[in-house]
Design a protein around this ligand. Structure first.
Ligand SMILES: [Zn+2]
Length: 134
C-alpha cells in the first residue's frame, strides 16, 4: 500500500506563494522598508522587521547552491524515489530555497549550475516548485 505523501498546507502568510505556483509563476516577498527579498514567506522582514512585505513575480531562475543525493529515503513516503535529489537553490534575487532536482542525472549535477523552475502539479490545487537544468 502506498503511503499518502505529506504535502504543504498553505497558510494565510504562504498562500500567495502556492497560488503563484498553481499559475506557473514564482512569487516571493519584497520588503518595502529596506528593499530586500524575503524567502520563506513571513509577516515581517527578517532584516528590518518591517511588515511592509509585498509579493512580486520573479523569473524563478537561479543556481544550484548545494545538494545531496539521499540514497536512504528521508521518510517512508519517498522510498520509491531514491536517490532523492535534494537541493538548495539560490535564486537570482539572492534568496535560497529547498527543492528537488528533476530532469537531470545525478552524475550531471554540478554546484553552481543554472536552474529553472519545473512546476509539478501534484494535485488540482497544489503545485510543487522543483528545479531542472536550464
Ligand atoms: Zn526590510
Amino acid at each position: 500500500m502506498d503511503l499518502v505523501k505529506p504535502f504543504p498546507r498553505p497558510s494565510p502568510t504562504t498562500r500567495p506563494f502556492w497560488d503563484g505556483l498553481n499559475e506557473c509563476e514564482v512569487q516571493i516577498q519584497r520588503c518595502e522598508g529596506c528593499d530586500s527579498w524575503v524567502f520563506y514567506p513571513r509577516t515581517r522582514c527578517p532584516s528590518c522587521l518591517s511588515d511592509q512585505l509585498v509579493w512580486r513575480k520573479v523569473s524563478g531562475l537561479g543556481v544550484l547552491y548545494t545538494y545531496t543525493l539521499a540514497r536512504q529515503p528521508t521518510a517512508p513516503h519517498f522510498a520509491k524515489e531514491t536517490p532523492q535529489q535534494l537541493a538548495v537553490v539560490e535564486l537570482d534575487e539572492g534568496v535560497r530555497m529547498t527543492s528537488t532536482l528533476v530532469n537531470v542525472e545525478p552524475s550531471d549535477i554540478v554546484i553552481g549550475m543554472r536552474l529553472r523552475p519545473y512546476f509539478d502539479h501534484v494535485t488540482d490545487t497544489l503545485t510543487l516548485l522543483r528545479y531542472q537544468p536550464g
